[in-house]
Structure formats: C-alpha cells, structure tokens
Design a protein around this ligand. Structure first.
Ligand code: UD1
Ligand code: UDP
Length: 359
C-alpha cells in the first residue's frame, strides 16, 4: 500500500508528523507532499519533527486569498498524484490545504483518509472557512478518523456510514508526548521569557480579524493592567493579524510580543503559563495535558470536550466578556489530567486500522 501524507500549515505538520513517522517506522511506503500554504511556519515545524517532503508545492504568497490557495493546489497536486499513484491520501483537519487536496484526491480516485474528522461548530461561518472545509473533507473521505465520540456522533447525524468512522483520539497528544519525553521544557522556558507568571495568548482566526480582534485585545489589556501581569503573544505571520496586534497593543508595556515559536518552545511556554487565551484549535486540545485553563476567544468551538471537562470557557469576542472570562480563569486551580482529546496512541490506532482494512 502506498500512502501520501499532505500538509501545508503549522498545525497540520504537528498533527500529521506523528502518524507519518509511525507509518514509516512500521515499514510502510509513505511519502509527504507539502503545499507550503505556510512557508516559514511549516518549515519550522518540519525541522522540529525531522521530516522531509518528497514534493513541495511552494504555493504561499503574501496576504494570499482562499481562492488563490485552492487554485494553486488544484493546479500543482494532480500531476503528482498521477505520477506517484498513491492508493490513500491522508489530510488533517480543516485548512484550505486539507480541503483542496482531498478534492484533488477524490477527482483522481485516490482514497482519502481524514485525520481529525467530525469536528463541527454547527455555524458555517465560524470558524470561516474551516467549518466548510472540514465538512467537504468528510464527504469525500473513505476513512474518517474522529478524535472523540462526539465527533463520531456529528458524522452519524450527517448520514455518514458508521463503518467509515473510527474513533482514535487526536494525534496532537502523540505530538506533545513526543516532545515532552525528549526535552526539558522548564529549562527551555527560562531562555524565552523572563517572567515566572504570565498569561499566554495566541490569535489568528480570519473571522476575528478586524474589530473583533481589537476588542479581544482590549479585554486582555484591561485584565493585564489591572493585575499587572505580562501577556506573552507569539504573533502569527498573517500580515493582517500582525497589523492589528502591533497597532492595538504594540506599545502596551504589559504585552510581550514575540515571533512564532517552534513547537518545543511553545509547549515550554504553555507548561509554565498561568492560563491561556486563544482562538486556536490545537491549543485548546493541548492545554488539558498541562493542567491549563483556556479562555477561548471565539463565538463557537468545535471542541466542546474542553468546556465539558472543566478546562475552558467560551468567552466570545467582546472586550467585557473576554475580561470576565480571564477573571474566571485566574481563579482556577487545575492539575494536568486525562486529556479528553487523546491518549497519545492515535497514530498506532490509525496504522492498525489501515492495515486491518487492507489485510
Ligand atoms: C491557516 C488556516 C487556518 C489555521 C491556520 C494555522 C485556512 C483557510 N486557514 O490560516 O485554518 O488555523 O492556518 O495557523 O487554511 N504567512 C507567512 N508565513 C507563514 C505563514 C503565513 O508569511 O509561515 C502569511 C502570508 O502572508 C499568508 C498569510 O500569512 O498569505 C495567511 O496565511 P493563510 O494560510 O492563508 O491563513 P492563516 O490565517 O494562517
Ligand atoms: N504553536 C506553536 N508555536 C506558536 C504558536 C502555536 O508551535 O508560536 C502550536 C500550538 O502548540 C498548536 C498549534 O501551533 O499545536 C496551533 O496552531 P494554530 O493556532 O496556528 O492553528 P489552529 O490549531 O488554530 O488550526
């Protein structure tokens, strides 16, 4: 069996790398196609996991549009599929890379395997365009690897046949376990931030860019000023995010703005922070492993398990609601606990299922 793994952005590399590496360790014929939807952030993560792409589509352009990303992938991937003839193509999550590559595979009659299938916010425009992307990928997938039973239920409600769905956990826990077992995070942390107490923040969602991001930052600034606590923000490479962040809090002495971190450094900061404020998907899944409370600066979440397990709250995007959620977060005392998103054995389960299906 010949497997193709595709990714293009930072979170896809983090979640695909453990699965790809497991397949290679087991002697499977597997290769990577990188779209490079994110150039620097993707490369940074590939270095962390020490993986190389057989084909790099190199599609990223400055301030790219969703359509330009789709068009470039649809032009460049099909000839590679025709030449390489994989039997299964793995995509991960809900990016434009995942959606466009899944459609190309479908057109070429290559079976699609979806890592992180079945996540739903039930609002087509939030997150935008990810809720559409993940639905499209699930429609064209033969193998749907759902992280949780809730994700499986979402798929069943949409009429997807049960035999296509496999609950396997989320490979992000495999990824973070790989890093934790190899690095002493506390030593790394002291080289990045000069504080013992800080709030960790990440922001990048397209639907938040504009007034919503300004009001989120204003709520965070109010909390930081009142408590006199630093906020550490690795600023995403998206130029529209950077402009808002630097215009809004660039000169605020409570904000410690840094470049995007490699995965090891980011986990070191997550391990040591007071709590996290984020609109990221992956960070919501990682925080429980470190016992950190998450203020989700969004209107919806496709990861309700975070809230149900007591590790997070949905804050919305208003200044006051974000501020209040941070006050709530500041009162929480949590320990690292069983992660509702995975147990670190997702890659092994996926490999067993693929082998079982084929033998
Ligand atoms: C993308 C995904 C989003 C995911 C996020 C992870 C889509 C539609 N969105 O959003 O689901 O959560 O990645 O971070 O697929 N840029 C660089 N260097 C980089 C990365 C980005 O310069 O390494 C800049 C470029 O100008 C690029 C822009 O950021 O055009 C936007 O990147 P893009 O991938 O289109 O959108 P994201 O908002 O990063
Ligand atoms: N991350 C990282 N460096 C950073 C910020 C985030 O390595 O400076 C990691 C984080 O641990 C998580 C992933 O990137 O695994 C989340 O990526 P992002 O928020 O860009 O995308 P999303 O998960 O929302 O799709």
């Amino acid at each position: 069996m010949r497997y193709c793994f595709v990714f293009g952005t930072r979170p896809e590399v983090i979640k695909v790398a453990p699965v790809y590496k497991f397949f290679v360790e087991k002697g499977e014929e597997a290769f990577i196609v990188a779209t490079a939807q994110h150039r620097e952030m993707m490369d940074m993560m590939m270095n962390v996991f020490n993986i190389e792409a057989k084909h790099d589509l190199n599609i990223m352009t400055h301030d790219q549009t969703l359509d330009s990303v789709v068009a470039s992938i649809m032009q460049k991937l099909p000839p590679i599929l025709q030449r390489e003839k994989p039997e299964v193509l793995f995509v991960q999550g809900d990016t434009t890379t995942a959606m466009a590559c899944a459609i190309c595979a479908f057109h070429s009659k290559v079976e699609v395997a979806h890592i992180e299938a079945g996540l739903r916010s039930h609002d087509l425009y939030d997150p935008f365009p990810e809720e559409m992307n993940r639905r499209v990928v699930d429609v064209v997938s033969t193998y749907l690897f759902a992280p949780t039973t809730k994700a499986k239920e979402n798929l069943l409600k949409e009429g997807i046949e049960e035999q296509r769905i496999h609950v396997v956990g989320n490979s992000v826990v495999d990824a973070l376990n790989m890093i934790r077992s190899r690095f002493e995070l506390s030593r790394i942390r002291s080289q990045i931030v000069p504080f013992d107490t800080y709030v960790l923040l990440t922001l990048h969602r397209r639907e938040n860019i504009g007034e919503k991001m300004v009001s989120i930052l204003s709520g965070i600034a109010k909390f930081a000023e009142e408590r006199n606590v630093p906020v550490v923000l690795p600023v995403h490479k998206n130029p529209n995010v950077r402009k808002i962040v630097f215009d809004t809090v660039g000169s605020n002495r409570h904000f410690f703005l840094i470049e995007p971190l490699d995965y090891i450094s980011f986990l070191a900061l997550l391990e040591g922070c007071w709590f996290v404020v984020t609109d990221s998907g992956g960070v919501q899944e990682e925080a429980p492993s470190f016992g950190k409370f998450v203020v989700v600066a969004r209107k919806t979440t496709e990861r309700p398990e975070l809230i149900e397990s007591g590790f997070g709250t949905l804050a919305g995007t208003d200044k006051d609601s974000v501020y209040s959620a941070m006050v709530l977060a500041s009162e929480k005392r949590l320990d690292p606990s069983e992660n509702p998103f995975g147990d670190g054995k997702t890659s092994e389960r996926i490999w067993k299922i693929m082998r079982g299906v084929r033998t």
